[in-house]
Design a protein around this ligand. Structure first.
Ligand SMILES: Nc1nc2c(c(=O)[nH]1)N[C@H]1C(S)=C(S)[C@@H](COP(=O)(O)OP(=O)(O)OC[C@H]3O[C@@H](n4cnc5c(N)ncnc54)[C@H](O)[C@@H]3O)O[C@H]1N2
Ligand code: MOO
Length: 388
């Protein structure tokens, strides 16, 4: 019987990732740093300058020689000649030649051409020394870095204008099913608005890919064949629906005829009918049509595939304690939706009423994975939680 011998999630994920090629020097593009936000850097970038590139005042006040104000105190000010031994500086101004510290203006008083200093300062106190942030030649952004806002700022402050980044993986998302409607079409029983396509494409963009959603493909062999035969320009094709054993579920037959099916059926709940194949070396991941199963399978298989292409694996996770027992079917890896209270770090399982319930995902903000050997996670236990 079909789906009797399900592959473990671990084996399925390994077999899938074995067939995903990481991007290399052929997959690089040059972008202005504005456009490089959230892209993966393809090579180390070194600074051509010291930052700061001159010794600068870090406070508004007076540049002094620290040795001359050693004795200064609240009740024992040291008087310096203004413009000669004490020179006014704004924050960020170059430290005048021959001076080695800055006294904050609030620790001074101006008295008829003199500056009374009420506080001693150490050498280089309130001074930003040349190169203290970055030295010329230092690597300021390493290969593989996800260019977030602050990385871009550091590149800009070093005068870098453009960088080489990995191109975005091109992914074709193909919703399949006779029951699917386009927005605006009349709802009748047995039909639903197609929503997996927009969802998977949006996830893909969040994960760094360039996603294109194909028109809805009907449950017809010829239509499906056409999609897979013309998918050579894509790094991956992701279909949704048609993975199960119904008479209209044709994905397996078509992929088996055109390419190599690597696995069909995984011990994952929800997400059991997930299928993975290659057609002319293009990886094809077939996600189940039921929305919650589609989400689970996307997080478990699709996200790691994109991350492997991009060489990026800084997955965010943390621990939270479970507010209610979680039961998991023996032999199955469970994808469990959770609502995490971040103040208390307590995770409430979101009770699901099956894989068709998309709102069970929108009520959650995180998920956890229960491994196949665990049947119950008890209230109060700590689990590793991943943001959704
Ligand atoms: N006899 C069996 N039936 C089913 C089994 C099984 O083992 N034996 N497995 C079930 C499981 S588990 C899942 S999950 C579903 C998934 O099957 P499919 O991938 O074939 O899904 P479809 O039949 O194409 O669609 C099911 C349902 O999901 C909704 N859907 C589908 N595509 C979309 C979309 N693009 N946007 C929004 N909603 C979508 C729609 O309501 C479909 O009717 O199979 C079980 N059956
Ligand atoms: O695997 Mo299905 O994903 O249980 O509904």
């Amino acid at each position: 019987m079909l789906f009797e011998n399900l592959m473990s999630v671990e084996d399925a994920k390994r077999k899938l990732l074995e067939r995903i090629e990481p991007f290399d020097s052929g997959d690089v593009e040059t972008l202005s740093i504005e456009n490089a936000h959230m892209r993966i850097l393809a090579g180390d970038v070194a600074s051509g300058i010291d930052i700061p590139h001159y010794n600068r005042a870090a406070m508004d006040g007076f540049a002094v020689r620290h040795a001359e104000v050693k004795q200064a105190g609240r009740t024992n000010p040291v008087l310096l000649e203004k413009g000669k031994n004490a020179v006014w500086v704004h924050t960020g101004d170059p430290l005048p030649e021959g001076f080695d510290a800055v006294v904050k203006v609030e620790d001074t008083e101006e008295i008829e051409g003199f500056v009374a200093v009420y506080k001693a300062v150490r050498k280089h106190e309130n001074v930003g020394l040349r190169g203290e942030d970055v030295r010329k030649g230092d690597v300021i952004a390493e290969r593989g870095t996800l260019l977030r806002a602050h990385s871009i700022a550091l590149l800009r402050s070093a005068g870098v204008e453009s960088v080489e980044v990995l191109r975005r993986p091109r992914v074709l998302v193909v919703p399949t099913g006779d029951e699917l409607l386009k927005p605006g079409e009349r709802l009748v029983e047995g039909k639903v608005y197609e929503s997996n396509g927009i969802m998977i494409a949006a996830y893909l963009r969040e994960w760094g890919a360039d996603a294109e959603v194909a028109d809805i493909v009907r449950d017809e062999v010829s239509q499906l064949e056409k999609i897979f035969e013309n998918s050579g320009d894509y790094d991956m094709v992701v279909t949704t629906g048609g993975t199960s054993v119904g008479k209209r579920d044709l994905i397996y037959d078509v992929l088996d005829a055109l390419g190599d099916v690597v696995f069909r059926g995984v011990a994952l709940r929800p997400g059991k009918p997930t299928l993975f194949a290659t057609v002319n070396d293009t990886p094809v991941l077939a996600l189940p049509g039921f929305p919650a199963a589609c989400v689970a399978s996307a997080y478990v298989f699709l996200k790691p595939a994109i991350q492997k292409m991009l060489g990026f694996n800084e997955e965010v996770s943390f621990f939270a304690s479970i507010s209610d027992n979680i039961y998991s079917k023996a032999g199955f890896t469970s994808f469990v939706r959770l609502r995490v209270d971040f103040g208390r770090m307590v995770a409430q399982p979101v009770s699901s009423h099956g894989s068709g319930i998309l709102s069970s995902i929108t009520k959650a903000n995180c998920y956890t994975i229960i491994d196949e050997n665990t049947e119950v996670v008890e209230r109060g236990e700590s689990v590793r939680v991943f943001p959704l």
